[in-house]
Each structure stands twice: as C-alpha cells, then as structure tokens.
Ligand binder design. Structure first.
Ligand SMILES: *Cc1c(COP(=O)(O)O)cnc(C)c1O
Length: 384
C-alpha cells in the first residue's frame, strides 16, 4: 500500500499523504450527510496546500482558527462563504481579514470580542455574521488536554450569559446573529458524548424559544470525531454513518435550521504517515533503543499528549523475529520518545519506519527546534 520504491529515493523524515484514501474518506462523508448538513474541514489538523486544495475541490468548507488559516483556505480555493472562524483571541487584523473577505461566520467567544467585531464592521461598512460559541459544560471522554467544552476550559461563552449576549448582538449595527456554535473536544469515540451535546443543545434551544428569541438559522456542533489509532489498517475510515446519525437522531433542529460540522482529525489522520529511517540501534542491559531520524519536531503528539502511533518497519527482513524497542528521536529532550517497550521485527540501521495515523496534528505542528528542517509533505500524486 505504500510506494516503498519511491520512498527509498527520498531523504527522511517526510510525510506521505494517501490522497486516494482522502478522497474515499470525503466521499464517505458526502454519502453520510443530509442536505441540511455542512462539513467544514478544520484546517488546523493539516494545512498542507495540496491537501487543502483537494478538500476544497471536493466541495467542503473550512473551519479556521487564525487569519493565517483563513488565508491558507482562500488560496487553496475554499469559497469565503463556506469559511467559519473560531478562536478565543482573534486580533483586529484577523477580524478585518474575515470582514474584508465576507466569510460565512465568526464564532464569537466573548463579549469584548463581539464589541470589537461590531466596531470594526461598522467602521468599514460591513456586517459580520456571528455565531456564539457556547461552552456547553459537556465533558468528552478524551485526553484532558483536548477537552474544550467544560466550564474550566478557556473556550466559549458561559451558558448563563447567553441571553444577555444575544440581546447585545441584536442591538449592534455591525453584526448579525445567525446561530450557536459548540465544540467539546477531540479524539472522541463515544457517540454518547455527542448525544450529551445534542441534548444540551435541545435544552438551550427550548430555553431560548420559551423566552421568545428568534430561531437561529445555523447550529454548529464543531468537530471532535476520533479515529482508530490502534488499528489503522482495519479502520482507515471513521464510522461517519453512526456519527452523523447520532446527530440526526438526537438533535432536534428547528424547521429550516442548517447543521454545521467542523471535522479535522477524522478527515486527515489516517491519510498521513511520517516516514523515517533508522540511524542506530543502541542496546544496554535493560533497553534496546531504536534511534530514528524523525523526532518530536516532526511529530509532537507522543511527547505532547502521550499519544500512540502504530509504528511499522517497512523494510524488516524477518517479520517473525520480534524485539522490544524504545523508539526515540534525535532531539535533545528526554521527552523525544515515540514509544517505549514496543515490539517490532528486528530492526537495523537504514530500515524505513512508518509512523501511522499521522495526517492530523502531525506536519502542521512541526518545529525547527534544534535548527532542524521542517519535514516535506508528499502526496500520492507527487510520487507517481
Ligand atoms: C480543533 C477544532 C476542531 C477540529 O477538531 P477535530 O478533533 O480535529 O475534529 C473543530 N472546531 C474547533 C473550534 C476546533 O478548535
């Protein structure tokens, strides 16, 4: 499934994106959604320009969290009317960029932000469509660093302030309130978490209805659908049918309401692989270290979140002779470890190693620490 002969000609480390799998994934999403559902790709998962342009061509929108991402999305061909923009700290110039391009919506996270968007819009003769990002106080069963929907998290507006802010917005000349936005976390595999979010949104809509607020035209439930890091070959495409069905079944939309999603990881993670070569095998009485030429600067998720990535030796000679390794990178940090005590076929200098499921939050988080070069990203088409 990997073009190994092509890989052998390239210097490592580099990312490889399987664009056939990406297109299949996007097709599966298109076939799982209804007409009132709109999927915006979360650009922060992977902003490789070739990847962005494929996703744009396939008709998806973009979910951006910075001005730089809005620019990347626009230059990849995403239409401004399909761009949503979230973030707790939008700067004036980023807001201006969104206003100038007339993006679909700003997901607003505080009153001071709402006031600045209004002020800049009025000064520039614009109207900003806004959705309020509500903190639904719904916990997700995922890593503590990637839950976002609890009261203790920095994201969103507290539910108790909702009515006040909707009233404020309705009195502002520069903004038009269009809806409510939520995002409870990432790598969520329990559909119950999305059920809980749906119920919370139902309660919120009932509460707003009972006070006579006009019906929002748009509900945005964010992203967060997880993927199978343990078995990338068995489950290359997430279960989009159950995901969208969960919302179809539990979320009570009002007539005409449009439902928006912001998926990042679920679209990109399985499509990307980090390739690396083994530099040295070093053994001491208690450990075998497999030292590879990729490090936390290329893929930080294991060091940052203790994340698991399946590691395949693509050039192992004897696939039954298993040895236990700590797979580590060359960076001068003790946390530069991909995995400890990992069973792999006996590995030697020069072997080609694949870090699987690395398409989301991989290349985009790479850094130049230790004056390293950023990894290249190649697509299937690049290597034909
Ligand atoms: C990160 C993020 C997403 C995407 O999350 P995934 O887990 O990659 O699907 C969606 N919406 C917002 C507001 C985000 O910050």
């Amino acid at each position: 499934m990997f073009p190994l002969d092509k890989f052998q000609k390239l210097s490592t480390p580099f990312y490889y994106y399987d664009t056939k799998l990406l297109r299949e994934t996007l097709k599966c999403i298109r076939e799982s959604i209804s007409e009132n559902m709109h999927v915006h790709y979360a650009v922060k998962a992977c902003a490789n320009p070739k990847i962005l342009s494929i996703i744009a061509q396939e008709g998806f929108g973009a979910d951006c969290v910075s001005g730089g991402e809005i620019e990347a999305a626009l230059s990849a061909g995403f239409p401004a009317k399909k761009i949503v923009y979230a973030g707790v700290g939008k700067s004036d110039s980023e807001i201006m960029l969104g206003l100038k391009n007339n993006i679909f919506a700003f997901n607003v996270e505080s009153i001071p932000e709402l006031e600045i968007i209004n002020q800049l819009a009025v000064e520039n003769g614009k109207t900003a469509r806004i959705a309020l990002r509500i903190n639904p106080n719904v916990g997700a069963h995922t890593h503590a660093n990637i839950t976002t929907g609890l009261a203790e998290n920095k994201f969103g507006i507290d539910m108790q302030d909702m009515e006040h802010i909707i009233k404020l917005a309705s009195e502002m000349k520069g903004v038009k309130f269009i809806g409510l936005h939520f995002h409870i976390g990432s790598q969520i595999l329990e559909m119950d978490d999305f059920v809980a979010l749906s119920r919370r949104i139902n309660d919120i809509q009932d509460r707003l209805d009972s006070q006579g607020f006009p019906i929002a035209s748009d509900i945005n439930v964010g992203g967060g659908l997880g993927i199978d890091y343990e078995q990338p070959d068995a489950n290359p495409i997430p279960d989009f049918h159950s995901y969208f069905n969960t919302y179809r079944k539990h979320l009570k939309l009002r007539p005409g309401q449009q439902l928006h999603f912001e998926l990042g990881r679920a679209i990109m993670a399985q499509c990307g692989t980090l390739l690396s070569r083994v530099l040295y095998i070093k053994s001491n009485p208690i450990k075998n270290f497999c030292i590879v030429d990729a490090g936390m600067t290329d893929l930080i998720r294991p060091a940052l979140y203790g994340a698991y990535h399946q590691i395949d030796n693509l050039t192992a000679e004897n696939t039954t002779d298993f040895v236990t390794y700590d797979v580590v990178g060359p960076i001068c940090e003790s946390s530069d470890v991909f995995i400890k005590n990992y069973g792999m076929p006996r590995t030697k200098r020069g072997d080609m190693i694949a870090f699987r499921s690395a398409g989301a939050y991989g290349e985009i988080m790479a850094s130049c620490y230790n004056c390293r070069r950023l990894p290249h990203g190649y697509t299937t088409e690049d290597l034909l």
